[in-house]
Design a protein around this ligand. Structure first.
Ligand code: GAR
Length: 186
């Protein structure tokens, strides 16, 4: 699942293609039709479903649509690779321990929106990214892995975000591979 640029989605695809991640990617779900993630999936020939949150009366209805899609594709694990919507119990309970998120901070610091901006504002000297299991509590589920990066006094939002993202692109595919035994149906 992705909402924006899709660089983490592409990192997963490249890990699969290079044999670092043993997985099949049956579909990408995007909520913004023209997002970069959609274009990247088209380039790789990966099936895309557009599920636009603006077409649903509430978050639960959106998540019901997602659950139906993922069940019809018989997925073992769902990855939120820059999915910028709050998910509900509907999705979490349909995929218990099978819903994974990447977040651009060292959780439990800086949950929620603009974690990079929050880190800069707080003046921390180390930040990073976290891969975690999604629960009903926002950005608070069990942590699978983290990577740290320095925050430099010269940093602005773009430079710190870029440093964090470089680590995300390594951490997310590696974490999926390390935890694959949790999800394979055999
Ligand atoms: C990533 O940095 C990811 O950690 C963040 O969105 C970015 C998506 O980039 N996710 C969140 O903030 C979730 N709360 P991408 O579209 O290039 O992968």
């Amino acid at each position: 699942m992705a909402s924006g640029n899709g660089s983490n989605f592409e990192a997963i695809v490249q890990a699969v293609q290079s044999g670092r991640l043993g997985a099949d990617i049956p579909l990408l779900v995007v909520n913004n039709k023209n997002c970069g993630a959609h274009q990247r999936a088209d380039r790789f020939g990966i099936h895309v479903e557009v599920v636009d949150h603006r077409d649903f009366p509430n978050r639960e209805a959106l998540d019901r649509q997602l659950v139906g899609l993922f069940q019809s594709h018989r997925v073992d694990v769902v990855v939120m690779a820059g999915w910028m919507r709050i998910v509900t119990d509907v999705l979490v309970n349909a995929f218990p321990e099978q819903l994974v998120n990447i977040h651009p901070s060292l959780l439990p610091s800086f949950r929620g929106l603009d974690a990079v901006g929050q880190a800069l504002h707080a003046g921390v000297s180390i930040s990073g990214c976290t891969v975690h299991i999604v629960t009903a509590d926002l950005d608070a589920g069990p942590i699978l892995s983290q990577a740290a990066v320095p925050v430099l006094s010269s940093d602005n939002h773009a430079s710190l975000a870029e440093r964090v993202q470089k680590q995300e692109h390594i951490l997310l595919p590696a974490t999926l591979q390390q935890n694959a035994h949790r999800w394979r149906q055999g």
